[in-house]
Design a protein around this ligand. Structure first.
Ligand code: ADP
Ligand code: MG
Length: 326
């Protein structure tokens, strides 16, 4: 494995949570309805994602593991992306930083195949037993890069980051059933579970609590082709920190200072300085208005016109607050 490949891999995969994010997004892109994530030791020794999606054809398995091979975009329409994945970087990166086993059975195929990669070296595919979908198992993350291993936080922190990643994806995909289990030391402890939900509100109630959904305002505002929906808490339901603010752009969980700043600004007159609104905000717009290709890990976005988005959030929330009598 070349140093260049390993550096690129490190940029996509920083910690177990980033591996989980990439693998779960792949499962969602494959139209999975049930996704099970098993981790051990905070994901350091094991991450296993099992899905019931459309699988990968036997002939395509080696391709799925080669750099910049993606079945999801032609390359010309990078600005027009409807799937989570589009770079074709995740699986090769994971194969470079850990011991990867990819087992898959394509829809309609009469058997499953398995492929192992370690340190970037592939074994030839061989037949395996799997009824449906795909299982990706990643063992010993960063075993070949002790410097990266050293940067991992405690098992507890890494587990929390994995859980947070899964909660965000669960909010982005209400209909999909998610399970996260800690299987350390042969155990089987459910850390997070959400059955397929009929709608966003039910999913938010599951992930953020019925208390939140019962004390939240429903949002629907639009400005210059950008639409804001979701739920934001009434001022009476606030928290002492801002961790429960979730943002989604065109269905992707994102983190963005501008967006959280706009949220804070909208509540400035109705919340004390040390209080924060719980919120799940969904922005949708024509994909050409937003660039989600800023960073390999894709949690950052850049809007063509940030001012419009900021204005939309502030006015959308203030309008909802006014309607609720604040
Ligand atoms: P990307 O998601 O950007 O296309 P990845 O490296 O994450 O790149 O995956 C490479 C390819 O492998 C995907 O384009 C897809 O064709 C296939 N693939 C990966 N994971 C799955 C999965 N769980 N189910 C079906 N196909 C998958
Ligand atoms: Mg992907």
């Amino acid at each position: 494995e070349s140093a260049v490949n390993r550096i690129a891999a490190g940029e996509v995969i920083e910690r177990p949570a980033s591996a989980v994010k990439e693998l779960v997004e792949n499962a969602i892109d494959a139209q999975a309805t049930r996704i099970v994530v098993d981790i051990a030791d905070g994901g350091r020794t094991l991450i296993r994602v099992t899905d019931d999606g459309h699988g990968i054809a036997a002939d395509d398995l080696p391709l799925a593991l080669s750099r910049h091979a993606t079945s999801k975009t032609s390359g010309e329409d990078l600005l027009n992306i409807h799937t989570f994945g589009f770079r074709g970087e995740a699986l090769p990166s994971l194969g470079a930083v850990g011991r990867l086993t990819l087992t898959s059975r394509a829809l309609g195929s009469d058997g499953a195949m398995e492929l192992r990669v370690s340190g970037g070296r592939q074994d030839p595919p061989r037949p395996a037993a799997l009824r449906q979908g795909t299982v990706v198992e990643l063992r010993d993350l960063f075993h070949a890069t002790p410097a990266r291993l050293k940067f991992l936080k405690s098992e507890r922190s890494e587990t929390m980051a994995v859980t947070d990643t899964l909660r965000r994806l669960a909010m982005a995909e209400p209909a999909v059933a998610f399970t996260l289990r800690d299987v350390s030391d042969g155990g089987d402890r459910v850390l997070f579970r959400a059955d397929g939900a009929a709608n966003l509100i039910d999913r938010l109630a599951r992930v953020l609590g019925r208390d939140f959904t019962d004390n939240a305002m429903s949002l629907d505002a639009e400005r210059e082709g950008i639409r804001l929906t979701g739920l934001a808490a009434l001022p009476t339901y606030s928290r002492g920190n801002a961790v429960h603010q979730y943002l989604f752009v065109n269905g992707r969980p994102v983190r963005d200072r501008m967006l959280t700043g706009a949220l804070r600004g909208a509540y400035a007159d109705v919340l004390a300085k040390d209080r924060h609104a719980v919120a799940a905000l969904f922005l949708t717009c024509d994909p050409t208005k937003v660039d989600c290709n800023v960073h390999p890990a894709k949690t950052e976005v850049r809007f063509r016109d940030a001012g419009v988005v900021r204005g939309l959030i502030v006015s959308g929330l203030r309008h909802a607050l006014a309607e609720a009598g604040h």
